[in-house]
Design a protein around this ligand. Structure first.
Ligand SMILES: [Zn+2]
Length: 137
């Protein structure tokens, strides 16, 4: 963007012009363009989904990670799935970060998302695996 007073090119989110010192007034078109760009971004988050359960003395569960697009008022839309892995014993409360199979399934899913043009967001959801991604739609 450019300073509307002196015309010097400024960094994207500058608040003051480094050349003339005036407060940066963002041109209306630029503000609108930025708003449209932000609206056009899709977000997805990785969640854990159990796929099979065995109850009993030695309960076991199978599950996988899924990348889902959360839409307000809509069901989450699954766009990618990881390999299925086992949970057992103390892991029945969810996948464990220290479990090699769980961590690998997550890493593989994240790689696939990167290849599909998703960029990892700095933000993370409530669990160690709830990575968030953004993509221009
Ligand atoms: Zn200026």
């Amino acid at each position: 963007m450019f300073c509307i007073y002196c015309g010097v090119e400024l960094p994207e989110h500058a608040k003051f012009c480094f050349q003339c010192g005036k407060a940066v007034a963002v041109r209306k078109e630029e503000a609108e363009k930025r708003a449209i760009e932000e609206q056009a971004q899709e977000c997805c988050e990785i969640i854990y989904v159990p796929v099979a359960e065995k109850k009993g003395l030695f309960p076991k569960e199978k599950g996988r990670f899924e990348a889902v697009i959360m839409k307000a008022g809509d069901k989450p839309l699954t766009i990618a799935k990881s390999d299925v892995f086992d949970l057992g014993g103390f892991q029945l409360y969810g996948p464990a970060e220290k479990n090699k199979h769980h961590a690998e399934a997550l890493a593989k899913l994240a790689d696939g998302l990167h290849l599909a043009g998703w960029r990892q967001d700095g933000k993370r959801g409530p669990f160690w695996y709830s990575l968030r991604f953004r993509r221009n739609s």
